[in-house]
Design a protein around this ligand. Structure first.
Ligand code: S3P
Length: 425
């Protein structure tokens, strides 16, 4: 995909449904009794991988592209799949599903693409192992493919060394089947969609500070789910609207769960012209319309508890920082190294190729805003968030930017380029 500088962006858009909530809707819907209807489901490749895995375990899931209906088989209704479960590129599918598979009465193998085969699974194998699970990395390297033999599990209290919603959720799912309560304490609170949704589906779950505790469940009950727009997808348009001259964009119906809204805090630290208009609703997942206008940004320091609240937005925040006055420091973000690509490397190397003043650190990066970038060929390492972030960079750079392998945007945002084109003038 070739990107050129544009004059400005203007208009109103909706963005696809939240990826995290869409995955969880399939998993909880499959384990619940009754029919779960999901509106606004993200039809991205990652969430379709979750659908195909649960279909392969005998769950009847209808997806007509606008609504997904999951005819749940109940907590004990999954069947042994006839083949290896393929999670594609989806870390969320493999880590959350491992917690469920660890407690079934069958054996299964789980695998994914080349990126998944490099991502650490020890972080989920360790706590599940403490619960009595039998999970083996087939190549003995702590990564997929995994061989999981279902076992009777026992509840544990787990102090997670990382703030990871995938780890927390995998352990909580296993906890539904365990003997006794299961709790997870995190260094910082990660996204809490699993907790909110489990409660909604009837589980006995409570959160005190950074600890979540779930009791074993007898049954989960089907629910209607309205998936809000994904703030991680909105982030590309927030950034583009702020850094590109003559721009004003409204993004409708964006989920602004406080465990996910770190980018809004960064926008206000950077002095952005942004209006967040909360839509009145009773849902546990708050939703807002967000309007951004071209702004003079200033650098800021991003670290600590903010990191899990914006971890997926760091690639595009780094692009914003190139156009901010002064220095932006991103720290405490070592987790970036184990995402779909090593995002410290992919961000820093590609922004350097575009002429940015940026240095990698062990747990993040330091960016001195220069106010300009030049077009370059971008190797996004098949990482969807890197492809979209550098598209935003290319829109505000001199010359041409070539996003090599841009089709990976379909992982989380099918129609990304069409949505963008609707705003260009
Ligand atoms: C996710 C959790 C985060 C995030 C990922 C989705 C989830 O990963 O980066 O895109 O849905 O639970 P970690 O749990 O590895 O931080």
């Amino acid at each position: 995909m070739i990107i050129k500088r544009i004059k400005g962006l203007s208009g109103e858009i909706s963005i696809p449904g939240d990826k995290s909530i869409s995955h969880r809707s399939i998993m909880l819907g499959s384990l619940a009794k009754g029919d779960t209807e999901v509106y606004g489901f993200l039809q991205g490749a990652d969430c379709l991988s979750s659908i195909s895995c649960f279909k392969a375990m005998g769950v009847d899931i209808e997806n007509d592209g606008s609504k997904v209906i999951i005819h749940g088989n109940g907590l004990y209704g999954l069947r042994k799949p006839s083949d290896i479960l393929d999670v594609g590129n989806s870390g969320t599918t493999i880590r959350l599903m491992s917690g469920i598979l660890a407690a079934q009465d069958f054996d299964v193998r789980v695998d994914g693409d080349a990126s998944i085969r490099k991502r650490p699974m020890g972080r989920i194998m360790n706590p599940l192992g403490l619960m009595g699970a039998d999970i083996r990395s087939i190549n003995d390297n702590g990564c997929a493919p995994l061989a999981i033999s279902g076992r009777k599990l026992k509840g544990i209290h787990y102090e997670s060394p990382v703030a990871s919603a995938q780890v927390k959720s995998g352990v909580l799912f296993a906890g539904l089947y365990a003997e006794g309560e299961t709790s997870v304490t995190e260094p910082y609170v990660s996204r809490n969609h699993t907790e909110l949704m489990l409660k909604d589906f009837g589980a006995d779950i409570r959160t005190v500070d950074k600890t979540v505790t779930v009791a074993p469940a007898k049954e989960l009950y089907a629910r209607r789910i309205d998936v809000p727009g994904d703030i991680s997808s909105a982030a590309y348009f927030i950034a583009a609207g702020l850094i590109i001259d003559n721009s004003c964009i409204t993004i409708k119906n964006v989920g602004i769960n406080p465990t996910r809204d770190g980018i809004l805090e960064v926008c206000s630290m950077m002095g952005a012209d942004i209006i967040v208009e909360e839509i009145n609703n009773d849902s546990a997942e708050p939703v807002a319309d967000i309007t951004v206008r071209t702004s003079s940004l200033r650098g800021c320091v991003i670290g600590g508890e903010l990191i899990p609240r914006l971890i997926d937005e760091i690639p595009v925040i780094a692009v914003m920082a190139c156009f901010a006055e002064g220095t932006t420091t991103i720290k405490d973000a070592g987790e970036l190294k184990v995402k779909e690509s090593n995002r410290i490397d992919t961000i820093v190397n590609n922004l350097k190729a575009m002429g940015a003043d940026i240095e990698a650190t062990d747990d993040g990066m330091i960016i001195n805003g220069k106010g300009d970038l030049k077009g370059a060929s971008i190797d996004c390492k098949a990482d969807h968030r890197v492809a979209m972030s550098f598209t935003v960079a290319g829109l505000n750079a001199d010359g041409e930017t070539d996003i090599v392998g841009s089709e990976c945007v379909d992982i989380s945002f099918p129609g990304f380029f069409d949505t963008l084109n609707m705003l260009v003038f």
